[in-house]
Write a new protein. Structure first.
Length: 171
């Protein structure tokens, strides 16, 4: 009977926080430096979204924008509470806040509740910040390296690489 009582009073272990990364935090060296315990779980995407860039005062940072004709791919990471706090601080420093209402969908079509971050600005432009600011090429390169490292779809990686050659974006 004592064993049963312990079983019922035992505090359950909570599920890890799932974080959807589509920014420079995809780069393994970057996410590990900020959240050392982060574990890559799987790749996933948010259908009906487009990658856009929003001004943050220093340049332009990636964000999500609703767009039924596109999808944004990224990596899903399991994070401890401490690592999630570090991710939240980093994302906020880049001008993004938690809160995308959709679920990420993995390659098998399974939906997952994940925390992801979007720029607080309500009307981002797909090809640069509203003030004409441009994303830093080294930052975009980190996104590309992460996308390659985690084996995101080839078409997504090529699309990211095309951003570096887009004269209108990086002019």
């Amino acid at each position: 009977m004592g064993l049963q009582a312990n079983r019922y009073t035992h505090t359950p272990v909570s599920e890890p926080n799932l974080y959807f990364a589509y920014t420079a935090l995809l780069a393994p060296e970057r996410i590990c430096s900020i959240a050392p315990g982060a574990r890559f779980m799987f790749s996933a995407h948010f259908p009906g979204t487009r990658l856009c860039f929003v001004a943050n005062g220093v340049g332009a940072v990636p964000s999500l924008q609703e767009d039924s004709e596109h999808t944004v791919w990224g990596g899903v990471f399991a994070l401890s509470d401490a690592d999630m706090d570090a991710i939240i601080s980093t994302e906020k420093a880049e001008g993004r806040e938690p809160g995308w209402p959709m679920k990420a969908i993995d390659r098998e079509g399974i939906k997952h509740d994940c925390v992801t971050f979007v720029a607080s600005q309500t009307s981002p432009k797909p090809n640069g910040g509203p003030d004409g600011s441009k994303p830093n090429t080294a930052y975009v390169d980190q996104i590309i390296r992460g996308a390659r490292h985690w084996n995101l779809p080839a078409g997504w990686v090529v699309g990211l690489e095309d951003l570096l050659g887009d004269d209108h974006l990086f002019g």
